[in-house]
Design a protein around this ligand. Structure first.
Ligand code: PLP
Length: 425
């Protein structure tokens, strides 16, 4: 069979199973088309996408402005490497640094690369600016974190499946409980050589854990007191997903939803990825002000594809769409509606314990054990009813549709979710 012929779902799955490494366990649906909040499988069945490629597709599938920028640039110049300048990178850097209120941006491709970049910047800053003795820098991280899949990043994961038999691990990390200020205080007090605190403003992979109100602000304050860099991994929570441009804007009471400049919770280093391209292309970035990013010089860090002209054009279009279509405001409004609808339903359901989240990053907690198949079975039933979502950590289902959804579409999706859960009671 030619790979160009139409393919059935069954054949596509069989091909992946036979020829691909088994490093994922996908829901058995084979997608071949996407538009806005919808995707279609190879048999033509239409679904609401309630994962959005782990929040990469915030701007909706195949957004015409983003795809337009990508196609135009792909037909003009795709890659120069950073051995030469290109005519798009500076424009993207100006736009992104103005949008997020930082002096400088360092472009990479994937989220994990951006996290690695932030760790390197933080360590170098610690030795050259803070005066930590060579090779002694420590970075505080949180339990149940998810920051990617590289050897260093899994070194400070506590997911046994992600770690087992991948050692030896990178040293220099201190793990504390998430959303626990006392633990942060103790770690900062007991370790003289702390360079940074790496944190997800909401833990997405861990099951959409929203920290207590004021946690981020107080954590930032503690970091300031100890001259420790507050590093926010907003790869999943950033770019309007949580109803603000950034989730670190969460404690801000200013009326401008696009503002990320609240002094209290403004990270020293901001990590972005995923929706920075609207899902069209791998684009990630690390942002920081001059006293921090200034430690990086020629040869210290780089990437062949990082900052390429297609990525820069796509990144700029993706951020413009977020502003032009007021996606943060929409995520805020629809998120409140989603949680209030489900909260009204939960007392009548034996299957769902609770709903939590911010903006359109939400999760329901299933009334069963982590090793049960209930959440998976619910996702299979949702798929039959035209809505795609995936369990995370066994008994939690994350609901994160594209942010271009309308109120009518959201209510239709809520109806699908309620009906599916009722069918399974
Ligand atoms: C997805 C994710 C990453 C890793 O991004 P990749 O592009 O998969 O490398 C890092 N941090 C967070 C919070 C993420 O959600």
């Amino acid at each position: 069979m030619s790979v160009l012929e139409n393919i059935t779902s069954q054949d596509a799955i069989a091909l992946e199973n036979k020829h691909g490494a088994h490093n994922y366990h996908p829901l058995p649906v084979v997608l071949s088309k996407g538009d806005g909040v919808h995707v279609w499988d190879v048999e033509g069945k239409k679904y609401y996408d309630f994962l959005s490629a782990y929040s990469a597709v915030n701007q909706g599938h195949c957004h015409p402005k983003i795809v337009g920028a990508m196609v135009a640039q792909a037909q003009t110049l795709t890659l120069t490497s950073r051995a030469f300048y290109n005519d798009w990178l500076g424009r993207f850097e100006k736009y992104a640094t103005e949008t997020f209120h930082f002096d400088k941006l360092l472009p990479m491709n994937t989220g994990a690369e951006a996290v690695e970049t932030a760790l390197k910047v933080c360590r170098k800053w610690a030795y050259e600016k803070k005066g930590i003795p060579e090779n002694e820098a420590q970075i505080i991280v949180c339990e149940n974190n998810f920051h990617g899949r590289t050897t260093t990043i899994i070194s400070f994961s506590n997911d046994p499946v992600a770690r087992k038999n991948f050692g030896p691990f990178t040293k220099g990390f201190i793990k504390i409980e998430y959303d626990n200020l006392e633990a942060l205080k103790t770690a900062l007090r007991d370790n003289a050589n702390v360079a940074g605190f790496l944190v997800e403003p909401i833990q997405g992979e861990a099951g959409v854990h929203v920290p207590s109100p004021g946690y981020l602000k107080a954590a930032k304050q503690l970091c300031e007191e100890h001259n420790v860099l507050f590093i926010a991994d907003e790869v999943q929570t950033g770019i309007a997903r949580t109803g603000r441009l950034l989730a670190t804007c969460g404690d801000c009471s200013c009326a401008d939803k696009h503002c990320s400049g609240t002094p209290e919770v403004k990270p020293d280093i901001l990590i972005l990825g995923k929706a920075l391209s609207g899902g069209a292309y791998p684009v990630s970035a690390v942002l920081a002000n001059d006293p921090i990013m200034g430690v990086i010089g020629p040869g210290n860090h780089g990437s062949t594809f990082g900052g390429n002209p297609v990525a820069a054009a796509v990144g700029m279009a993706a951020l413009e769409v977020v502003k032009e279509e007021q996606l943060a405001e929409n995520a805020d409004r629809l998120g409140q509606l989603f949680r209030s609808e489900l909260n009204a339903f939960i007392p009548h359901s034996r299957l769902v314990k609770s709903v939590r989240g911010r903006g359109l990053l939400n999760a329901i907690l299933i009334n069963d054990t982590e090793d049960s198949s209930t959440a998976w079975d619910i996702c299979m039933a949702l798929k039959e009813n035209g809505l795609l979502a995936k369990p995370t950590h066994g008994n939690i289902i994350r609901f994160a549709p594209p942010l271009v959804m309308t109120r009518e579409q959201l209510l239709e999706c809520v109806a699908i979710i309620k009906r599916t859960l009722q069918e399974m009671e």
